[in-house]
Ligand binder design. Structure first.
Ligand SMILES: [Zn+2]
Length: 136
C-alpha cells in the first residue's frame, strides 16, 4: 500500500493538478451530461468527452506555466460573469430590505435601504448626487 502511494505521489510530482478552470471544465461536463440525458445528441456526447479530455490533460500536464496562464485568462472572463450572478442573487435575497442602484456617474452599484418614495442619494465613491425612486 505504501509502495502504491509512493508511486502515485511520484506520478503526480511536477504535474499541474486542479485549478478554477479545472473545476469549471468539470462543471460544464456535468451540465452537458445532464442536458444530454434529455437530448441524447452525439455532438453533446463528443463535447463531454472533449471537456473531460482537456480537464485530465490539464491535471496531468507538466507545463505548469502554460496551465497557469490559461487559468488566468479564464478567470479574467469568468470573474465579471460570477460577479454579475452574485449581484442578481444578492438583489433577490435582499428584496425585502434593500435595493441596488447603479450610480449614473461612476457606475458603482449602491446597496440602499428599501424605503418607498423619491430620494436623493450621494454616491460614496464619486460624491455625485442622483435621484432614486423606489416604488415597491
Ligand atoms: Zn458614483
Amino acid at each position: 500500500m505504501n509502495n502504491f502511494r509512493n508511486k502515485l505521489a511520484a506520478f503526480f510530482y511536477g504535474r499541474y493538478g486542479y485549478d478554477q478552470l479545472g473545476y469549471a471544465l468539470f462543471g460544464f461536463y456535468i451540465a452537458v451530461v445532464i442536458i444530454n440525458a434529455f437530448v441524447g445528441s452525439l455532438i453533446l456526447s463528443l463535447l463531454g468527452l472533449v471537456l473531460v479530455g482537456i480537464m485530465f490533460f490539464r491535471i496531468f500536464s507538466r507545463s505548469i506555466h502554460k496551465r497557469r496562464a490559461e487559468n488566468e485568462r479564464f478567470l479574467k472572463l469568468w470573474r465579471p460573469i460570477a460577479a454579475f450572478f452574485k449581484l442578481q442573487w444578492d438583489r433577490l435575497r435582499e428584496i425585502k430590505t434593500n435595493r441596488y442602484r447603479k450610480c449614473p456617474d461612476c457606475k458603482a452599484v449602491l446597496r440602499l435601504p428599501n424605503k418607498k418614495g423619491d430620494h436623493t442619494v450621494v454616491c460614496p465613491r464619486c460624491r455625485k448626487r442622483f435621484d432614486v425612486k423606489i416604488r415597491f
